[in-house]
Design a protein around this ligand. Structure first.
Ligand code: DC
Length: 213
């Protein structure tokens, strides 16, 4: 069984997808982390994120894999490093490069062949797993999403302001929605859920009830 959860930054999809996977007893796949690792690889190789040929070369040469809860880039644990606001913006840029998407989509589909999972991202229901049994698209107002992201940054000890976070998310949404290849959008057969006024527990319970039928 594949459950896809797509949606914009701060919609709650990561937390929900992780909890849902735990409750269902299946694996969890964070595909945003894979784009983030690609962005970090390009940055470490000193390649311009605006240069599709240079980034594609890096993408072909690097190895990304999950080990338990950790994400390894060429066997180096980059789990914490990929969570900075700088890498958030960079990931959205490299995610528009066709070769990067080709590589990561293939990797995601290979992981999907290994058994049931809950996978989250932007294109899981539309492109990567069009035949998934359960598809959701979580959304929330820009204000709610910026608030959530700010709290997350503060918990990690990073400083930022609501205005700054709001602007970063708005820019990223625009780029993710408007790129030519696999733009962020709900699959035709996805259920769209606005989580602005819902807690994580509410959303997980709702989805569990639907999936368990
Ligand atoms: O979910 P996230 O914020 O960690 O994702 C980081 C960026 O990666 C996001 O701005 C767009 C890109 N992304 C994508 O294009 N497709 C996915 N399936 C997941 C993420």
């Amino acid at each position: 069984m594949i459950v896809t959860i797509d949606g914009p930054a701060g919609s709650g999809k990561s937390t929900v997808a992780k909890r849902l996977a735990e409750q269902l007893g299946v694996r969890f796949l964070d595909t945003g982390a894979m784009y983030r690792a690609m962005a970090l690889a390009a940055k470490r190789a000193n390649r311009s994120l605006q240069d599709p040929v240079a980034v594609a070369e890096v993408a072909q040469a690097c190895q990304i894999r999950f080990r338990d809860d950790k994400l390894l880039l060429n066997e180096d644990d980059v789990t914490a490093e990929i969570r900075s606001p700088e890498i958030s913006a960079a990931a959205s840029l490299v995610a528009a490069i066709p070769e990067v998407r080709r590589q990561l989509v293939r990797l995601q589909q290979e992981i999907g062949l290994q058994g049931s999972m809950v996978t989250e991202g932007r294109d899981q229901g539309t492109v990567v797993f069009p035949g998934a049994q359960h598809k959701y698209f979580l959304t929330a107002s820009l204000e709610a999403r910026a608030q959530r992201r700010l709290q997350e940054l503060i918990r990690k000890g990073l400083t930022s302001s609501l205005e700054e976070v709001r602007e970063q998310i708005r820019e990223r949404d625009e780029r993710d929605e408007q790129r030519e290849l696999a733009p962020m959008k709900p699959a035709m057969d996805a259920q769209v859920l606005d989580t602005s006024d819902l807690s994580v527990d509410d959303v997980v319970q709702l989805l569990m009830r639907q999936i368990r039928g």
